[in-house]
Ligand binder design. Structure first.
Ligand code: SAH
Ligand code: MG
Length: 216
């Protein structure tokens, strides 16, 4: 079953970078993960204003589990002033610095997904270092530089439970299509580890499943 029409419209009305067909694929993957590993949580890295969060949160609510969505809310490099994906309306008038937290809270209010979605405001690496629960699914869409991509891979993939899913956004095999860090340091790293196998590809979204290896 696809996501309900109203929630899908709310997702599409939310600022962000998740194309509709990839959001639908993310929802399907999240539902599969929840069915496979009942009760285990979902984690999203890179909330921004909560666009992809709506698809993931809808799945979490349907299966009675929780989505933790993690972001420091200051934006990635490419969201800063002078860069390609800068949105001036998201700048904090006092500091001038990007702040997407108010819009995330507004998205959760509009969608009434607050009972299934827990925002964590912080640096991905700091949170992963203290995170001990196994996950049904981890969706990585945070920093796309080499270092943050490596950190997210090392910090979060060990938390994905056996048969759980690792979804990665902005995976581009061809450098002409986009930055290489998610492809090289997350997607290929996961496949090369022998611990994951690919189960679907939609646009730049890749969904892998853990087939072996211990989770921590
Ligand atoms: N998933 C969103 C888009 C995320 S954009 C959508 O569907 O629209 C990437 C986000 O990752 C930005 O909001 C940025 O603040 C966050 N981010 C980048 N590096 C991070 C890090 N190291 N820790 C936490 N958040 C980070
Ligand atoms: Mg993305």
């Amino acid at each position: 079953m696809p996501i309900g029409r109203k929630l899908r419209e709310e997702a599409l009305a939310t600022k962000g970078f998740m194309p509709p067909n990839e959001g639908d694929a993310l929802y399907a993957a999240a539902c599969l993960a929840c069915k496979t590993l009942p009760g285990l949580a979902l984690v999203e890295l890179g909330t921004y204003c909560g666009r992809s969060t709506v698809w993931l949160g809808a799945a979490a609510r349907k299966y009675n589990t929780t989505l933790f969505t993690i972001d420091h809310h200051f934006g990635s490099e490419e969201n800063q002033k002078g860069w390609e994906w800068y949105d001036e309306s998201l700048a904090d008038p006092t500091t001038g610095r990007l702040n997407t937290l108010p819009l995330l809270l507004e998205t959760l209010r509009r969608t009434q997904l607050g009972d299934a979605v827990v925002p964590i405001v912080g640096e991905s690496k700091v949170v992963s270092a203290q995170w001990s629960q196994q996950l049904a699914m981890c969706f990585i869409d945070g920093g796309h530089g080499d270092e943050p991509a490596r950190d997210d891979y090392l910090g979060w993939t060990p938390k994905v439970a056996l048969h759980g899913l690792l979804a990665i956004h902005d995976v581009f095999a061809d450098p002409g299509d986009g930055g290489q860090a998610p492809h090289r340091f997350i997607y290929l790293a996961a496949l090369d580890s022998g611990e994951f196998t690919e189960i679907s590809a939609t646009g730049s979204l890749r969904v892998l499943q853990r087939i072996n290896g211990s989770s921590s």
